[in-house]
Design a protein around this ligand. Sequence first.
Ligand code: THU
Length: 140
Amino acid sequence: MNKETELMLIKTALEYRKHSYSPYSHFKVGAALLGKNGRVFGGCNIENAGYSSTNCAERTAFFKAVSEGTREFEAIAIVGGAGEEPSELCAPCGVCRQVMAEFCKADEFSIIMAVNEENYEVHTLAELLPYGFGPANLDT
Ligand code: THU
C-alpha cells in the first residue's frame, strides 16, 4: 500500500472518530477500512448503557462493509483516545482482531495504528494475531 493511501485512511478514521458515541468511557475511536474493490468504510465506537453491547469502531466498519457486499480487504486505519485529539497509538481489541481474521489474510492485511498523519505504525494482522483461529481451521 502506498503512503498516499495510508494517509487517506488515517484522515478518514479521524473524521469518523468525530461520530464516536462514547458517553461512558469518553474514549473516542475512529476507523477506516479499505476494501480490495477500492471502497472505504468508516466506523466509530458505539457504546451502550448495557456496557457489553458496545461496538468497537473497527467492527462497525467491518459490519458496514460486509452488509454492503464487500468481503475482501486491504487495510484498516485506527485512531483513538480520550482527548480532543488522539495522543497515543490505539491497538485493536481481541474481538476486533478475531473479526479481521474471519475476512482477511493475516499476512497480507495491514493494520495502521495512528496518532495522526505524521505519527503512525503499520503492522500485519499476523503480527497482531499470531496463531489465530480462522475459517481455514474448520475446513475438513
Ligand atoms: N474501542 C474501540 O472502538 N476500538 C479499539 O480498538 C479499542 C477500544 C472502544 C470500545 C469502547 O467504546 C472504548 O473504546 C473503550 O474501551
